[in-house]
Design a protein around this ligand. Structure first.
Ligand code: SAM
Length: 269
């Protein structure tokens, strides 16, 4: 526990709750991850590849319910905007469960999934076929930071789930997400990760149970701990959204903290 005390400085007291201690020490993450370094230096902005991609996708496929509220939100935004044939981009689509569920729910939608990881995109192709939406879900390997602003076709709706916390340069990445939406279009992204030092005891309990729920998926468990350690705080998400609102012409902007350490950012162009 020295490690957290040293590297999170004044914020360590919050992190020293029983639950977090259990995760860090009981789960052996200090040893596995070399947390001393990880807490101070970790950058989680890499594509998810190899075993981590396989485990992520396998575990996510078994829990499609996690995507349902996001799918409902996306469908409601499309309906409210009166869009008959929406073009939707999913940034950091991973195994494309979200993209496929949205495509299935909106049979007139064209969906584009973008991810940095070849491994994820291979899984995404198979997901699209399983959902029977492969003809309307186009998958591309790109860094969203490069593609978004210069997308050849801007989206009616940009969605992104659990990618933003990984990307270096939070405000610029958010700017790119919002820029990929056309005038009157929308952008909604969800990040289920907040900086550990930002969590109250309820948030810490959610962190602990999120990691425990992935027990048996060794790479995924580690990735979850890493993600929480390197994720932005709620204030940082909000500051990034305010910075974007200052740079772009936007009609509406909301940043909300929800259950299970979720942060939702919404923009209307
Ligand atoms: C935690 S996964 C979430 C996947 C998917 N959105 C979901 O919720 O199931 C994050 C994904 O973002 C991708 N990613 C990370 N940085 C990226 C970037 N700069 N551009 C595109 N994809 C990125 C990773 O490869 C990974 O597939």
């Amino acid at each position: 526990m020295n490690i957290l005390t040293l590297t999170t400085e004044g914020k360590a007291r919050i992190a020293l709750s029983e639950g977090l201690q259990d995760i860090v020490e009981g789960g052996g993450y200090g040893r596995i991850l070399g947390l001393g370094q990880a807490v101070a230096d970790v950058q989680d902005d890499e594509p998810i590849i190899g075993d981590e991609a396989t485990e992520f996708s396998r575990e996510a496929e078994l829990n499609p319910w996690r995507y349902q509220s996001f799918v409902r939100t996306a469908c409601a935004l499309v309906r409210e905007a009166g869009l008959q044939a929406p073009f939707i981009i999913d940034m950091g689509c991973g195994p494309a469960i979200l993209s496929s569920m949205i495509a299935k729910e909106i049979p007139t939608a064209q969906v584009m999934g973008i991810d940095l990881s070849e491994d994820m995109l291979a899984i995404a192709s198979s997901t699209a076929r399983t959902f029977g939406v492969a003809d309307r879900l186009n998958l591309h390997r790109h860094d969203m930071r490069l593609v978004a602003g210069g997308a050849s076709r801007l989206a009616d709706l940009v969605v992104s789930r659990n990618m933003l916390h990984r990307v270096e340069g939070l405000s610029d990445a958010l700017y790119k997400l919002v820029s990929a939406a056309k005038p009157n279009g929308g952008m909604v992204c969800l990040a289920a990760f907040r900086q550990v030092s930002d969590l109250n005891p309820k948030g810490q309990a959610a962190f602990v149970s999120a990691v425990r729920a992935r027990s048996g998926y060794e790479n995924l468990e580690r990735a979850f701990v890493r993600a929480y350690i390197s994720a932005p705080s709620f204030i940082q998400y909000r500051q990034a959204a305010l910075a974007v609102a200052n740079r772009l012409d936007v009609a509406d902007m909301q940043v909300r903290a929800g259950k299970n350490n979720n942060v939702v950012v919404f923009f209307r162009r």
